[in-house]
Design a protein around this ligand. Structure first.
Ligand SMILES: *Cc1c(COP(=O)(O)O)cnc(C)c1O
Length: 365
């Protein structure tokens, strides 16, 4: 058997007709940007999150950059980020001309650790912190908010991997000061191309994000009222497709969680699987840890099971930085980077595929 890491075509097949219909509707209208479909999706996703408003943007990386600009992050400012979240946060900080400062992660969840954020407080001043809800888990954003607000920092929640995750304190995307999403096709809520967006409880932030996504226009088109504007619009076809897909999100998250649970039960503690079986975890990725990761990966590969590593290079080791961060060593992130392996986990996996992977995880070498 061959088990792919993901297969987007299977997810599309089930809703092919409504997707075709909404695409045809947009094409027939002949209105492709900043129209009724965007408004509908912004309203629907705001309602889903239980927030006042949502701003559709072109992708999740732009969303992070625009969130930082809404927090007035600019040259010489420092922003705290996790070192193991795929570089997206760091890229957006760099794009603002600011400097990323890395805080280590919790050794179990691999999400940015409040204690590590707090320990940076004696070493400098920071404008903001980006809290990434990694692999579909919710990071401890509540405690990071407490530390951040005491120290005058803005909390940006990156929910690109956690659409629909929730716990007692609220839903992912409703706790931080500004929260961002990606609707890249493989995300738990994915478009048929790029997409993203942000929200905030602060109406001024919403207004600023709406201006920044369209050149810095505020009141009137062709009148640039604000610096650092860009072109970052969520187009009508993507917005319409997201409206079609949103009602299935919770059910698909439950399916992902059940695949994670099957792996967890098969492993029975032999190796750790990151995540937990409750609504705070939407199993965006099923990540196993092994100190013989490379051997496990090649064994699964021989059995026809695709795997990947999220992510293979810590941000501060990225070549783009040269030796700029050569004195940094964050032990929990370093250890995890050598041990993590992502297993197939997507809502349309067949029972047989899930079973095959579960068995493979515990089959002798
Ligand atoms: C995917 C992702 C992003 C970037 O989203 P794009 O839409 O691809 O720009 C940002 N942060 C995290 C944690 C992601 O997983």
């Amino acid at each position: 058997m061959r088990v792919p890491l993901n297969d987007l075509s299977r997810g599309i097949v089930n809703i092919n007709l409504p997707l075709q219909a909404c695409i045809a509707r947009v094409v027939k209208k002949g209105w492709f940007l900043m129209g009724a479909e965007l408004k509908s999706f912004e309203a629907a996703f705001a309602e889903y999150l239980g927030v006042e408003d949502f701003v559709g943007l072109a992708n999740g990386t732009d969303a992070l950059e625009i969130a930082l600009r809404c927090a007035n992050v600019g040259g010489s400012d420092k922003v705290i980020v996790a070192p193991n979240a795929g570089m997206y946060g760091s890229i957006s900080v760099l794009n603002c001309g600011a400097e990323p400062v890395f805080a280590d992660v919790d050794p179990v969840t691999l999400c940015i650790s409040p204690a590590c954020v707090e320990s940076l407080m004696t070493k400098g001043e920071y404008k903001a912190v980006i809290v990434t809800h990694l692999y579909g888990q919710m990071a401890d954003v509540e405690n990071i908010c407490k530390i951040a607000h005491k120290n005058g920092m803005v909390v940006i929640e990156d929910c690109a991997q956690s659409h629909g995750a929730r716990r007692q304190g609220g839903m992912a995307g409703t706790i931080g000061d500004i929260t961002t999403f990606s609707f890249y096709p493989t995300k738990n809520l994915g478009a048929l191309g790029d997409g993203g967006g942000l929200t905030s409880r602060n109406p001024a932030t919403i207004g600023k994000a709406r201006a920044l996504r369209q050149y810095g226009w505020k009141a009137r088109k062709y009148h640039v009222d604000m610096p650092n504007g860009q072109n970052s619009r969520l187009d009508e076809i993507q917005a319409a497709c997201l409206v079609v897909k949103l009602p299935d999100l919770d059910q698909k998250n439950a399916k992902r969680r059940s695949i994670w649970l099957r792996y967890q039960q098969a492993l029975n503690g032999r190796l750790p699987l990151i995540g937990r079986y409750d609504e705070s975890f939407v199993a965006h990725l099923c990540v196993i840890r092994s100190n013989e990761r490379d051997g496990l990966q090649s064994r699964l590969n021989k059995l026809g099971i695709d795997t990947d590593i999220h992510y293979p290079v810590l941000d501060y080791h990225q070549a783009v930085f040269g030796s700029r961060f050569s004195d940094i060593f964050l032990p929990a992130a370093e250890a995890a980077c050598q041990e993590i392996l992502t297993l197939p986990c997507f809502p349309e996996m067949t029972e047989a595929e899930v079973e095959y992977v579960a068995e493979a995880l515990i089959s002798p070498l």
